[in-house]
Design a protein around this ligand. Sequence first.
Ligand SMILES: NC(=O)c1ccc[n+]([C@@H]2O[C@H](COP(=O)([O-])OP(=O)(O)OC[C@H]3O[C@@H](n4cnc5c(N)ncnc54)[C@H](OP(=O)(O)O)[C@@H]3O)[C@@H](O)[C@H]2O)c1
Length: 275
Amino acid sequence: MILVTGATGIVGRGVVKLLLEAGEGVTAVSRSPETAGLPEGATVVSQTTELAGVDAMLIAPRAVGETTGELLTAAAAQGVKRVVLLSAVTVEYGGGYERFAAAFKAAEKAVEASGLEWTFLRCADFAANNLAWAPQIRATGAVRGAYGDAATSSIHERDIAEVAVRALLDPSHAGRAYALTGPESLSQHDKVRLIGEAIGTGLTFTEVPPEQVRAAMLAQGMPEDVPDRMLGYLATCSEQPGPSTDTVARVLGRPALSYADWAADHAADFGGGLS
Ligand SMILES: NC(=O)c1ccc[n+]([C@@H]2O[C@H](COP(=O)([O-])OP(=O)(O)OC[C@H]3O[C@@H](n4cnc5c(N)ncnc54)[C@H](OP(=O)(O)O)[C@@H]3O)[C@@H](O)[C@H]2O)c1
């Protein structure tokens, strides 16, 4: 039995699906089991401390938050063997505001201290973060944002999910910290162009001052840490491109999916196929 926290997230959903396809038992955690929309084969719970029969668990830091220590203590006491943590490349490569890297470092430390076998998946920015552009692409056919030259090697959520499933099921990944990225660093100008190609239209990225972007995000009701996290990392990556590694290819035995692959998979989210 595998426990998946953050099971309704972009990565968690993929992990649940792949585990069920592999014939594994899955307990999925959601604050709203009735509306979680997870596959029937998964047992969906709102509590995470009932761990009898769980062999391994996936920890999504944003979902587990301050209960991480409690969950790890319960896991160690109830015979869970392995934990896979969704961490971030900033832990290893720096960039962005130190306080965000510090939160992932603290989660890694707590996992190490638990005595469980662990694998850290230090993920680059998820390509799926760019789904935030979908409303303006649909409404205006353009993207307005800050730091257009900021380049990161965004990762496809499917690659993270596949690596996570390997690490959850195979003890040979224990004690490894994997820096997971896409195949190459691309600027925001390039990413918007590739989304345009996926939906069959010319799209452009228009530069807007960061303060204006921040104010717009706050006006939409986002908590303060969201623009801080996103703009802080983009500011760093406009000076120095984010890292690219070959870890996905080494773990999965196939190349990491490209940003163009991701854009094609999400064309419908950006209004592709609607004309
Ligand atoms: N996005 C990135 O670029 C990036 C990069 C590196 C690492 N990460 C890490 O990767 C993990 C997975 O990201 P993800 O986008 O798949 O999903 P996520 O943000 O972890 O959210 C997954 C689920 O957790 C629940 N959740 C969200 N916020 C919560 C909160 N404040 N308290 C309790 N539950 C909450 C929600 O499910 P319910 O409503 O069903 O409870 C949500 O669907 C994150 O935890 C993040 O720390 C993200």
